[in-house]
Design a protein around this ligand. Structure first.
Ligand code: NOJ
Length: 566
């Protein structure tokens, strides 16, 4: 395994243990089931599994309401099963990162139960309290329409507590040094059990000042450095991938000017503009978003995603842009959520159109960052809009045509399996797609392989080559004297285009197609002329070196991968 900055050229895959594979037949996915599916994941080619919360929890927010940080929820197995799973991953060269949910606990956590029991309890200061209802109680809700307030009265405590999310998730007082020490202890515990890092939940809220008197919350960025430092003392190559949906101006605060804070962040800014680009066939705002999020320390990396387990949050687009995305991808009110997003899965959003799905994946794999795939998207799974809120896109993995998609032998799966319509498990499942060489699954496997063979994307510097036609996006990467170039047509209509592959006047004679035999040779003026089908995409290695031009056949290996950081 390449160890140095391993996350730069990885492919991440996120899943919930509870909906992936049930081995003991109780209707709930478990670690034993997941262990049986590791060969599948290895075959798919993912390098890192991101496990969503699996610790003991009342499960009111899909595990993001933790009641014990140092264990495994008995529904999913035991700590021993976790270690077996971690070992199985290590044997296959797959890394594991887990959710670190420390902005809040569940109200069932022993710390909170102790805190509410008395003003003098040792854990009282671990949470955020007010004697009277604070004036700002009706502001700052993360789930508007569902969540009524950010302060909740607790009878037992005879006081108000602060839940930034749902009322059963009291915020921890993260400014309290004891709470900070406990956060480090939690990290140390899981690092010791073999994880390679954390997807840190709700980071801007974790580091924010909290309290009834706080009028304008301030982010305490230094906390990020102390998390990072501790982690690296314990294990030098462990990382934190931050969930922080923030404006590009503050990105560097999270990464740290010297690269001394978070190694990775999800690129929410690009995510939203990417969906706008696909909805409008206009690449310009996306190109702008790419430039706005370009500055980052050399060791830092973006997490690039299409859909995740939450709604597709469009809050950073203008109203006009948001409306365009709603109209194309989530026109019904029932498909929208919290007034800002779309709760559907990727395949139904794109009308199940294979060309658009490939375009979306090709973009995710070639824009600057490390791709993060949501389980089930590799086979084009659908959603169940009858389920409340974000649960519609959290249905069990569809493995086969067996009852309940082969997910469980129980007749009572923890969440209903999609069994109707074009996305029903009889049509969309792993077994069927594994046998079909042209399936989405096999295509995804191949694109993952190619992504890993193009380290320039993760390591290199990029430039957007602008054409007059806004439907065309060309991104070029340069790294250690290697260059690659990606062309995407966002429109459904085909395009004829001509461009110079070089930057600053240089001319490259040859573009070696990495996916097909269709290479491109420059014309006499040094321009490449392409015919790009609707939603078409091309992956090229920039060649033109003399030795290559003399070869009769063009071998992509010979053209490529010199300089791979082996
Ligand atoms: C962000 C998570 O992605 C979401 O699923 C959860 O509800 C909130 N944080 C609260 O933990």
């Amino acid at each position: 395994m390449i160890d140095d900055l391993w996350y730069k050229n990885g492919v991440f895959y996120c899943l919930s243990v509870g909906t992936y594979m049930d081995a003991n037949g109780d209707g709930i996915g478990d670690f034993k089931g997941l262990l049986r599916r590791l060969d599948y994941l290895q075959g798919l080619g993912v390098t890192t599994i991101w496990l969503m919360p699996f610790q003991p929890s009342p499960g009111k927010d899909d595990g993001y309401d933790i009641s014990d940080y140092y264990g495994v929820d008995p529904r999913y197995g035991t700590l021993g099963d976790f270690v077996e799973f971690a070992h199985g991953c290590r044997q296959r060269g797959i890394r594991v990162i887990i959710d670190l949910v420390v902005n809040h606990t569940s109200d069932a956590h022993a710390w909170f139960r102790d805190a509410r029991s008395s003003k003098d309890s040792p854990h009282r200061n671990w949470y955020v309290w007010a004697d009277k209802k604070p004036a700002n109680a009706d502001k700052g809700m993360v789930f508007p329409g569902v969540q009524k307030s950010t302060w909740t009265r607790d009878k037992e405590a005879n006081a108000w507590y602060f839940p930034r999310f749902y009322d059963f998730q009291p915020d921890l007082n993260t400014s309290n040094p004891r709470v900070q020490a406990e956060i480090l202890k939690i990290m140390g515990f899981w690092i010791q059990l073999g994880v390679s890092g954390f997807r840190m939940d709700a980071v801007p809220f974790v580091i924010s000042t909290k309290g009834a008197k706080v009028r304008k919350p301030v982010e305490q960025y230094d906390m990020l450095r102390s998390f990072r430092e501790f982690l690296q003392w314990r294990q030098g190559n462990a990382i934190i991938l931050a969930e922080a949906n923030v404006l590009p101006e503050t990105d560097m605060e999270y990464f740290g000017d010297d690269g001394d804070r978070m190694q990775m962040m999800f690129n929410f800014h690009v995510n939203q503009h990417l969906f706008y680009a696909m909805a409008s066939a206009d690449s310009r705002p996306l190109a702008k978003a790419l430039k706005a999020t370009k500055p980052r320390p050399a060791t830092a990396q973006w997490g690039l995603f299409l859909r995740n387990h939450d709604e597709l949050d469009l809050g950073r687009l203008t109203k006009a842009q948001r409306d365009v995305v709603f109209k194309s991808f989530g026109p019904d009110k029932n498909m929208q959520l919290y007034g800002r997003g779309i709760r559907r899965r990727l395949a139904p959003m794109l009308g199940g159109d294979r060309r658009r799905l490939e375009l979306a994946y090709s973009l995710m794999c070639t824009l600057p960052g490390t791709p993060v795939i949501r389980y089930g998207d590799e086979i084009g799974m659908g959603d169940n809009l009858d389920l409340p809120e974000r649960n519609c896109a959290r249905t069990p993995m569809q493995w086969s045509t067996e009852p309940h998609a082969g997910f469980t032998e129980s007749d009572r799966p923890c969440a209903p399996v999609i069994d109707r319509g074009p996305y029903g498990f009889e049509h969309v499942n792993v077994a069927k797609q594994r046998r079909d060489p042209n399936s989405m699954l096999n295509w995804t496997e191949r694109i993952i392989r190619m992504r890993k063979e193009v380290p320039e994307i993760g390591w290199g510097d990029f430039n957007v080559i602008t054409l007059r036609d806004p439907a065309i996006l060309i991104v070029r990467y340069d790294w250690r004297n290697n260059s690659v170039l990606f062309v995407h047509n966002l429109d459904e209509k085909p395009r004829e285009l001509a461009f110079a592959s070089g930057i600053g006047g240089e001319t490259w004679k040859l573009l070696v197609n990495l996916l097909t035999e269709d290479h491109s040779r420059a014309d006499a003026r040094g321009r490449h002329n392409l015919m790009l089908e609707g939603y078409g995409y091309r992956w090229y290695r920039v060649g033109g070196l003399d030795y290559l031009l003399k070869r009769s056949d063009i071998d992509t290996d010979a053209a490529g991968n010199a300089g791979h950081p082996a």
